[in-house]
Ligand binder design. Structure first.
Ligand code: ATP
Ligand code: MG
Length: 687
């Protein structure tokens, strides 16, 4: 399809937004109205009609998933070299690129490391424990405060004057030490990815000029969720040319807790008086019923800009509200329904998305999906099984139960270091292929001595003897004792310390490994109902148990890897926050309960409006059907606590809802008492 044909498919307002290139442009419109479509078409328009080089264009969006989707959409429009050098990324990746290009100006050495929030927390714990024993809550509070300062562009030297009370003053002192240590480790944290470039561009006119020469046009999706430093990054880069397009929807601002400033929409108009504001009103995504529900819900929030959204997609099916006995029944229901609906609706797995408020809600669902062998992809939340130390430990476990597992062998033969180099491994691999045996078995073969120097053979056989010894101990005695003993004997912990940039990081990684072994132990004594498997014969030998348990863990590992590698046809599991900008034919929103959605913290902090926007985002992801689920009871402190249906359910048009499993009208007093229980119960769950 040519760009002209693509343009012709857009409505007149969208076309105007694409064609307007002489100055700053803001598209302000509700969900599903084609804002992202404007951005993708405009990139192609700039290249194909305006003749701009793709490497001069930077498009920025909020999540990696959204960036990937946008890249895909643009990729379909730009042919061959046309798209060369185009930047489509998150703000963080754009910042990372600037840092990479300006290491010297920033005073960093090449090969710097990026601390994820967990790494950063470990460093903070270290620093804070120097003064006095601190608990996790204090560390979280300080981490949050530092992040807030960084997002608001408050530097360590200024933080003290911004500190209102003693706690904040303490945080300001930790902030100063934290930044100093990061620099010493040659490391940056996530917030630095925006902060460092902004400070550099502000203070260094040469660098600024360089990047202004590089980027001629910027496009920003989900603009309502930019924070102060992100906006400054855009402003610094575009102040001169004034050539950018930002699109956003104030009703979808859901990242205030991470420093997002929806008022950036207003600031933009003040900073760029010639801003061309374009509004879109037709929704192309959802059925009339879904759209009406979204509009009715969000009408409960105050509005700066009035927007009306309409759709030509027909009324569609009513919205189902499914009340379940407890959280497990809820997960079971969603999983089994997807299984049957896929066939009934002639849909694919990928047509289904399950959205929830917090990542912890996914755990039960994952088990149920695994039980039904439904392929799924879990987005967001760092996957436990993708951590390096867990991959190492898993490789040991795999090799213990299956010496023929060459991948496992290769991963750990030199971890910890055993002076077995790539040259040795290459010869070993050739020899093993020739003999048709596994790498592990090849180490035992006499003929190997003709291929390799004696020293190398000796090192290899020391390794295999070590593994064989552990296997023997597993067979003869307590398998878990043998596995734990193995980790001690090879001093995996020392290896972690050697390889971590800070001792606390090594500590945490070792703790992760022990967690894995604990999981293995639990899995051997597993609750058969939970794993969805038959109870094994009682007399089955212990070694069988450990092998089965390891296999189960490995299987999970493989599932995870596949999920990382391809998400072609899988049910999508993601938080409502992560679902921004995406769309799916069939959407399940789980846990529509007070304290969960709206979240307890938001109720307490009086920020229910933001939770309402979050629900609005969730609802507007659905194209054809929407199912809302909730549980009457949820587990907390090992006990079932009663839950109250979310207030948002009352704010939806009653005639569009089809209830299932609703209890008879409750006595309001009883409902109130239950609410109290739920508050106490969910407190622990939600942390
Ligand atoms: P959100 O606020 O959720 O990010 P959005 O405003 O970015 O939504 P898009 O994702 O761009 O909306 O578009 C929603 C759907 O409508 C997409 O499937 C898109 O292909 C389709 N669409 C957009 N514009 C048109 C149009 N003019 N004609 C037909 N379909 C369109
Ligand atoms: Mg969008």
């Amino acid at each position: 399809m040519s760009i002209q044909q693509r343009l012709a498919k857009l409505n007149p307002r969208q076309q105007e937004a694409v064609r307007y290139i002489d100055g700053p442009c803001l598209v302000l419109a509700g969900a599903g109205s084609g804002k992202t479509s404007v951005i993708t078409t405009k990139i192609a328009y700039l290249v194909q009609v305006c003749g701009m080089s793709a490497r001069r264009i930077a498009a920025v969006t909020f999540t990696n998933k959204a960036a990937r989707e946008m890249k895909e959409r643009v990729g379909q429009m730009l042919k061959g070299k046309e798209g060369h050098g185009l930047t489509v990324s998150t703000f963080h990746t754009l910042g990372l690129n600037i840092i990479r290009g300006e290491l010297k100006a920033l005073g960093y050495k090449p090969g710097f490391s990026l601390f994820d929030p967990e790494d950063a927390k470990a460093l903070l714990r270290d620093l804070m424990n120097k003064d006095a024993q601190v608990d996790a809550e204090q560390i979280n509070a300080v981490q949050h405060q530092i992040s807030e300062w960084k997002n608001d562009l408050v530097l360590p030297g200024q933080a003290l004057s911004h500190a209102a009370d003693e706690d904040a003053q303490y945080a300001a002192r930790v902030y100063e030490a934290y930044v100093r240590h990061l620099k010493a480790y040659n490391a940056v944290d996530f917030d630095d990815l925006i902060l460092l470039p902004v400070v550099l561009l502000k203070d260094n006119p040469e660098v600024l000029a360089r990047w202004r020469r590089k980027i001629h046009y910027m496009l920003v999706d989900e603009y309502q969720d930019t924070n102060v430093s992100q906006y400054l990054l855009v402003k610094l880069l575009m102040e001169e040319r004034k050539t950018f397009t930002v699109v956003g929807d104030d009703d979808q601002s859901i990242y205030a807790w991470r420093g997002a400033r929806p008022e950036n929409l207003v600031t933009l108009g003040e900073d760029f008086p010639r801003l061309n504001v374009i509004k879109l009103e037709q929704n192309y995504r959802s059925t009339g019923t879904i759209l009406r529900a979204a509009n009715t819900l969000i009408a409960n929030n105050p509005h700066v800009y009035e927007k009306t959204l309409w759709s030509e997609m027909g009324q569609g099916a009513p919205i189902r509200v499914v009340v379940n006995r407890h959280e497990e029944a809820e997960a079971e229901r969603v999983a089994s329904e997807i299984l049957t609906r896929r066939i009934k609706e002639r849909a694919e797995w990928r047509d289904f998305a399950v959205l929830y408020r917090g990542n912890f809600q996914a755990r039960l669902l994952e088990l149920k999906l695994q039980h039904y062998q439904i392929p799924y992809k879990l987005s967001g939340g760092t996957s436990f099984f993708s951590r390096n130390e867990i991959k190492d430990a898993m490789a040991y476990l795999r090799l213990l139960i299956n010496p023929a597992d060459d991948n496992a062998f290769l991963r750990i033969v030199n971890v910890p270091r055993r002076e077995i180099g790539p040259g040795t491994l290459e010869k070993l691999a050739n020899y093993a292929t020739e003999r048709g045996v596994s790498l592990f078995d090849a180490c035992h073969e006499l003929g190997l001595e003709q291929q390799l120097p004696a020293r190398a053979v000796e090192r290899l056989s020391r390794f295999t003897h070590f593994i064989d010894g552990v296997r023997r101990r597993m067979d003869e005695g307590d398998a878990l004792v043998a596995i734990r003993g193995m980790l001690h004997e090879m001093d995996y912990e020392a290896w972690l310390y050697q390889n971590a940039s800070a001792p606390t990081i090594a500590e945490r990684r070792m703790a992760n490994v022990w967690t894995l072994i604990d999981q293995l132990e639990k899995s051997m004594r597993r609750d058969p109902e939970e794993s969805g498997e038959q109870i094994e014969a009682e007399e089955s030998a212990e070694t069988d148990d450990v092998e089965a348990a390891i296999s189960r863990l490995v299987l999970r590992d493989i599932l995870e890897q596949q999920a990382e590698e391809d998400d072609t046809d899988r049910v999508q599991l993601l938080t409502m926050h992560a679902s921004k900008g995406l769309e799916f034919p069939h959407v399940y929103l789980m846990g529509l309960e007070e304290e969960l959605l709206p979240h307890r913290n938001a109720i307490e902090a009086g920020t229910v409006e933001e939770e309402r926007r979050l629900a609005y985002v969730g609802i507007t992801r659905a194209r054809q059907t929407l199912t809302l689920t909730l549980a009457r009871q949820r587990k907390a402190f090992g006990e079932l606590m009663d839950c109250v249906p979310s207030r948002f359910l009352d704010e939806l048009p009653p005639d569009d809802l089809e209830w299932e499993g609703r209890a008879d009208k409750e006595d309001p007093d009883k409902k109130q008492a239950r609410g109290q229980d739920a508050i106490a119960g969910l407190r622990s769950l939600l942390g």
